[in-house]
Design a protein around this ligand. Sequence first.
Ligand SMILES: Cc1cc2nc3c(=O)[nH]c(=O)nc-3n(C[C@H](O)[C@H](O)[C@H](O)COP(=O)(O)OP(=O)(O)OC[C@H]3O[C@@H](n4cnc5c(N)ncnc54)[C@H](O)[C@@H]3O)c2cc1C
Length: 462
Amino acid sequence: MPCPAALADTRFHPFWLDRPDMPEALPPLSGVRRADLVVVGGGFTGLWAAIQARETDPDCHVILIEACRIASGASGRPGGIVSTSVMHGLGNAARIFPADISRLETLGQDNIAGFSATLARHAIEADLEWTGEMTVAVSPEGLPLLRHEYDLHRRYGHQVSLLDGPQTRAQIHSPLFQGALWSHRDSGTVHPARLAWGLLRAARELGVEIYETTPMTALEERGSQLEIRLPQGLIRAPKVLLATNAFAAGHPRIRRRVAMLRDRIVTTEPLSAAQKDALGWAGRQGIYDTRTQLNYMRLTPDDRLLFGGRLGYYHNSPRDPQPDRTATPYVPLAAAFFATFPQLEGIRFSHAWSGPIALTTRMAVHFQSYFGGKALYAGGYSGFGITASRFGARVGLARLRGQDLPETRMDFAATEPRWIPPEPLRTLGAALTMRALDGADSKGGWRRPWLKLCGRMGFPLS
Ligand SMILES: Cc1cc2nc3c(=O)[nH]c(=O)nc-3n(C[C@H](O)[C@H](O)[C@H](O)COP(=O)(O)OP(=O)(O)OC[C@H]3O[C@@H](n4cnc5c(N)ncnc54)[C@H](O)[C@@H]3O)c2cc1C
């Protein structure tokens, strides 16, 4: 596929992090320190955990360490579509924990209320727009899925509408859109970096000590304490929350159930008035489509069109894969963009980037406990974690503190997702799956049976 002119002047860096108001870097930690709780990882999970630890116990001495900069992992790189679900959507909750859907729904609603209340309490400005979210069918085969999801959402009390083709295209002018499920409440879009930086400020104001460029190099048990080793020192603490999501740092066994995929995004330059007219989208909803290689899209606060959803996998999960800082991996994403919005022909992409997705067979947060319960990993949101990370942090903290809550006894908190084959099988399986996802809709052949097999292994890709 030739590289389109749209990618000629693109900056290969997350649009969200490309801002002059990015906070000053915090110094690294050196020397020997003690704390009641150490949080490893400065993304949403780590920041929410640190805030909730101090809010529920103001005497708890919390240190948060981040290997690079706050929000340099997934949290500064998402599409920024926010949802109520804490289990990667109602359909996924029905797949993994059918007996618990009602309780998970209530927990999701409580979580959104807590999310909004925290932002209000700490005056966090994050360009939140409660515009709702839409799942859009891009082919007639997607319509039964919308009907199924509509019935499911209605059964659990969601305020949803089912739109036909003309109604959908009246909202957003794409010739591909054949129908939509529009969920009106408790969902929309956010500026993820502004959210993370707001949480950073709130955590520091609550007394959390935060250190950047401070990677944990090893975690070891010493009697009743854990030792967190750092390049220039160490911390001793009785409890450690591993908020390292797709990086899976903290224990070699975490990676057995968590695989790091890369997901890619492009954003356009700001739309002109004529381009906005040609697009419609006055409702500014966050949108997912029903393609097998799913795409998601939204408008940014300064009216760019963000378009994401092109998975990749790199052997041994490098932090910042070099190919993703070149145009080539974004060419198919650009092609999907122009197929969706042909009226924007000629527009250029200002930014393109990829970010780490923590994939598990459940596609939702889970917990792994190590060193006799002194360390707990909380992660695995599989690309759906902006609000769910607050929930993951809350339940993770409760488990780490040994609190017996109704939710810590539920299956999602007490059991783990399935094992994923190790390298080199993982690379091989991922390569086949990427090819299958790529051509499943257009070419068919062996691709659909392979995706069905992935489904039987626990990954709902078909
Ligand atoms: C491209 C993309 C699009 C997405 N779109 C959406 C969306 O629209 N809506 C949605 O809800 N979710 C979305 N997500 C998912 C969401 O961004 C994540 O679920 C969420 O940010 C996870 O937060 P986290 O804190 O668990 O992980 P991260 O933000 O990845 O944080 C983990 C942190 O741990 C640090 N770390 C790793 N190892 C160490 C170590 N040894 N020592 C110290 N620190 C360490 C990392 O540097 C990193 O900052 C998307 C994700 C991606 C990548």
